[in-house]
Design a protein around this ligand. Structure first.
Ligand code: HEM
Length: 198
């Protein structure tokens, strides 16, 4: 039951994550492309039904993941079981801070949580040395967690090695590309007033 719930919320979350990361990768084409895609995607995930389902999936993912972690605490022996546990813990910690920050930005700071909102924490100041690894860990942990699930549930062989290696490599490449772009490596990022990180 616990596993079934964890998988169900994972499917909802994964559909959002694929669209969400593709949206951030679209910023490689420019901020306007990112904004156009963000507006189109928001029609889908910001309507009250979809957003409630998404936020419930986030909550369910964290709760069922923590319960599974506790339930299986004596069963973890192999390296991949530990990789699965630690990448899951990283996703949960990332989601708690990330979704909290987005909701705070929207409802308390009254900001449009757009490209500039995401990029602000990667500009100037000491805080960027926290936020680069934070975003990197958030993105790669999703791919590593999926990789561990594939590894633990498929039969040994070259195909399994290739799929797991491809997942982890593409996770790291995706994170690097998004972060270099938001960090201003490909074009200048000028934050509008109100967006600078305190
Ligand atoms: C470098 C990577 C990422 C950046 C820059 C980023 C940035 C953002 C931004 C700006 C928003 C607000 C979107 C909006 O206003 O429509 C957002 C929302 C969100 N992000 Fe991310 N994100 C990243 C990765 C992730 C990952 C890996 C996950 C999941 C594990 C995730 C989960 C979410 C969720 C659940 C929301 C809330 C959607 C909503 O209800 O509006 N994000 N993110």
């Amino acid at each position: 039951m616990l596993r079934k719930l964890h998988r169900t919320s994972a499917v909802i979350l994964l559909a959002f994550i694929i669209a969400h990361l593709t949206n951030h990768l679209a910023a490689l084409q420019g901020i306007e492309t990112h904004t156009t895609m963000l507006r189109a995607l928001r029609i889908v995930y910001r309507n009250p039904i979809a957003e409630t389902a998404l936020l419930l999936a986030v909550l369910l993912q964290i709760v069922t993941g923590s319960a599974l972690l506790y339930k299986r605490r004596h069963e973890r022996r192999g390296i991949w079981q530990h990789v699965q546990a630690w990448s899951g813990i990283t996703i949960a910690a990332f989601l708690l801070q990330h979704v909290g920050a987005v909701l705070f930005g929207r409802y308390v700071q009254q900001l449009d949580t757009n490209f500039y909102f995401a990029a602000a924490v990667l500009q100037g100041g000491l805080h960027k040395y926290y936020f680069f690894p934070y975003y990197f860990a958030g993105v790669t942990s999703v791919f590593v967690h999926l990789g561990a699930a594939v590894y633990l549930r498929s039969t040994p062989g070259i195909a399994r090695q290739v799929v797991v290696a491809a997942l982890i490599t593409s996770g790291a490449a995706t994170a690097f590309a998004i972060l270099l772009c938001l960090g201003g490596m490909f074009y200048e990022v000028r934050l509008p007033s109100g967006y600078a990180f305190p």
